[in-house]
Design a protein around this ligand. Sequence first.
Ligand SMILES: *[C@@H]1O[C@H](CO)[C@@H](O)[C@H](O)[C@H]1NC(C)=O
Ligand SMILES: *[C@@H]1O[C@H](CO)[C@@H](O)[C@H](O)[C@H]1NC(C)=O
Length: 556
Amino acid sequence: MGSFISSSILLFFLFFPIVTPLPLSTNSRWIVDEGGRRVKLACVNWVSHLEPVLAEGLSKQPMDTLVKKVVSMGFNCVRFTWPLYLITNDSLASLTVRQSFQRLGLLESIAGIQANNPSIIDVTLIKAYQAVVSSLGENNVMVILDNHISTPGWCCSNFDGNGFFGDKYFNPDLWITGLTRMATLFNGVTNVIGMSLRNELRGQKQNVDDWYKYMQKGAEAVHSANPNVLVILSGLSYDKDLSFIQNRPVKLTFNGKLVFEVHWYGFSDGQAWVTGNPNEVCGRVARNVMRTSGYLVDQGYPLFVSEFGVDQRGINVNDNRYLNCFMGVAAELDLDWALWTLVGSYYLREGVIGLNEYYGVLNYNWCETRNSSFLQRISTLQSPFRGPGLSEAKLHKVIFHPLTGLCVLRKSLLDPLRLGSCTDSDAWSYTSQKTLVVKGTYFCLEADESGTAAKLSIMCTDSSSKWEMISESKMHLSTKFKDGKSVCLDVSSDNTIITNSCKCISKGNTCDPSSQWFKLVDSTRRSSGKQSLLQYLPGTGFVSNLLVGPIQKAII
Ligand SMILES: *[C@@H]1O[C@H](CO)[C@@H](O)[C@H](O)[C@H]1NC(C)=O
Ligand SMILES: *[C@@H]1O[C@H](CO)[C@@H](O)[C@H](O)[C@H]1NC(C)=O
């Protein structure tokens, strides 16, 4: 028995080496764990607020399989949606899963749930919701309970009666009752780390005074029922607008738990991305996001982008262009976020049975990932660049490439600069002379000829070693040769870093500058293992030797 216990403990530590010490709280703009160490929320939205009021996908795969997929895709958290009536309407709350699907005529789904998740088919809807939260907890996945809507169904429109306090289906008192019940029910469930009080406030009735009146009341109600959870507040106009916080802070009786959430999609700006010049649109939209929500991080509040996403087939130009811009901002601000969505297909959405969700990371059958290159691309954003308790390296820059989610790396002096995992990035500094220097060395980035590889050089006073962030997006890294001709940093098809003439600087909506978009991102990530030899060169005399050649072989 004794050896059984000790070997299970050993196994436990082998397989669950890092468990975040919960609960979470806030430290200025960062979300931190019990030890004060930053926890970056890298969540995925899991829908459970549509008519059947069951977490989607349970007719396709066992719950535990789905949860393990969430983990294997690199997410540490789920934003788990629920409709208010799940907890306030007795006739809904008392339905079993089977009855809920029967009343909607979803017989095929019943058979699927029976086959894949027999343990929940005859339990009540709220028990099934709790079972999913438990399964996530068993796999160390954090959960944010998101009150998405009142009446079960697809969200959101200005006229659905669910938009703002006082709308037909949005009674503020009932909402407070529901939040209190939900917070109480999950008090003591440690992986529930936050509650989103209400998704996408909107519609004719929306106004700032009522926002403060009810959101503060809701926050207090949640906190009294469950002081462990982060209290997450959505803005107005479909959670795009939190500009009003600037002049009027939220007043709460407690500290260290307040987080704001914002939504940002391609379609948040209609068809602007496809009809406009991508540099101009990215500059304008990103400035607008900073003005309406991004500024909050500078004011010392965590900002959680609780919904973003794209059609993962890559066929929606509006979405594709937006994503390039979004990735830059999300990396630069190192935001917490939740991708829309885990869902591969819905039991029933807007009257369609089995609707395919092209914004979902899983495919129709919830079996495989829909697009592995998309996941690869966002994986850089799944770990923090910086934050309290993480500073393994001194603050430096990484040169981030939003189109690929990769960073500019050098393997050795002989190899050209390439894109690679940001985790392996060198520490760069962007000096006041506008050079990009590899920290701790004399080497800086220099353009050679247009169309050829950029290189590391020690000629850091050359004009072609000075880099400016230009264009309306401010995402082009541009340099000038002695003759005054400008080029921009670019990436070739084999991921080599080259320079080329700058793309889409003037108006026009047909060209795509995204291969030339970069962001200089603040980071304290320590380069994983591959500390390059160049680090040791200064002061050893090797630098000048390197220029003449043979010594290179000796040290590399
Ligand atoms: C409660 O839910 C049932 C079933 O969905 C619905 O018919 C009824 O109108 C709801 N009651 C209230 C008060 O919203
Ligand atoms: C994945 O996304 C990329 C980029 O948008 C696209 O080119 C590719 O066709 C997509 N793959 C699939 C399988 O949809």
